[in-house]
Design a protein around this ligand. Structure first.
Ligand SMILES: [Zn+2]
Length: 317
């Protein structure tokens, strides 16, 4: 408990309220035997908010096991997720990587060290390929020199991470906790913030995990790899998400930043409109940075996310 409280993680727990459902059914027909499927065990949800990249990992647990959504970027954060898991369950753990960006998968090394039995999964083969491609490219650029254990394992670098073997591609669009609670996965998105993306929905918690399709009060990544066309596709995807989730009004758990609601889709759409217009018109990267900061004074991560986005979009004017 003290580890949980003293960690940098912002942690909280939500327990799905099944009590009302049970009480209602009982009052209606107390003599009816409970023949339908047993309701899934209640699920707790914890967020590990990493300082690095303002990126999130989420831990869903029913006490008998856990699902982790994303692994964050650093060994320190990966270890913090493992510590959080230890508070919740000694049961089987599955870690879902939503997309092939390093701030979502480089923490896997620390998770593997802490959890030798855990499954590391992706929802489609392209995401595994994206992650391997990213790690290979980063290694070639020297960007993983400080993290040699996360360079792809090769004959020359046997101490690297065996992405090929470690990342399992799911054959069904869902994950299920041992007590029956389901997480529904969707991957039918075009290239947006990343080439491929996974979102996950917990009906029990009415919780939508958007991967990096949504950011809350953090500058969006429109850096290298994100074309202006992909930015437009991202906007269209945000419109579709807003429409698709209008009725259910889920709690929205973004890839970066604090939990929010479905209004984040329109806010992020407007942000993309602004950054495309400002970078198209600005006289310099500095000019574009200043205008974006003036427009979004409370947004976190100017020095990396915003800076890289400005540089990337200005080369595509
Ligand atoms: Zn990210």
């Amino acid at each position: 408990m003290s580890a949980l409280r003293s960690s940098a993680a912002v942690s909280f727990a939500l327990v799905a309220s099944t009590a009302a459902l049970v009480a209602c059914g009982g009052a209606k027909s107390p003599a009816t035997p409970a023949t339908p499927a047993t309701p899934a065990r209640p699920v707790t949800l914890d967020r590990h908010a990493a300082e690095e990249s303002n990126v999130n990992a989420y831990v869903l647990s029913d006490g008998q096991g856990a699902i982790v959504i994303d692994a964050t970027r650093t060994p320190k954060d990966g270890a913090a997720i493992a510590a959080l898991l230890a508070q919740r369950t000694a049961g089987p753990v599955t870690v879902l990587i939503t997309h092939g960006h390093p701030d979502h998968f480089l923490g896997l090394g620390a998770l593997r060290a802490a959890l030798p039995q855990a499954r590391f999964v992706v929802a489609r083969p392209e995401i595994k390929a994206d992650a391997i491609g990213m790690a290979t490219w980063m290694a070639s650029q020297g960007w993983l020199d400080a993290l040699p254990a996360m360079k792809p394992r090769t004959d020359q670098h046997a101490a690297g991470f065996d992405y090929e073997r470690e990342l399992e591609v799911l054959t069904e669009p869902r994950l299920t906790l041992p007590g029956g609670a389901v997480l529904e996965l969707t991957t039918s998105y075009p290239a947006t913030e990343a080439e491929h993306m996974t979102t996950a929905y917990s009906p029990q918690l009415n919780a939508l995990f958007t991967g990096d399709l949504a950011y809350q009060d953090v500058h969006l990544w429109l850096g290298v790899g994100v074309t202006r066309d992909a930015a437009r596709a991202w906007q269209a995807t945000l419109d579709q998400l807003a429409a698709a989730w209008a009725a259910k009004q889920p709690i929205v758990y973004p890839g970066h930043g604090a939990p929010t609601d479905a209004s984040v889709f329109a806010a992020d759409r407007a942000y993309i409109e602004e950054v495309l217009a400002i970078t198209a018109a600005a006289s310099s990267d500095e000019d574009a940075m200043a205008k974006m900061i003036a427009r979004y004074p409370g947004h976190a991560n100017r020095d990396f996310l915003l800076k890289m986005s400005v540089a990337n979009l200005r080369t595509q004017k």
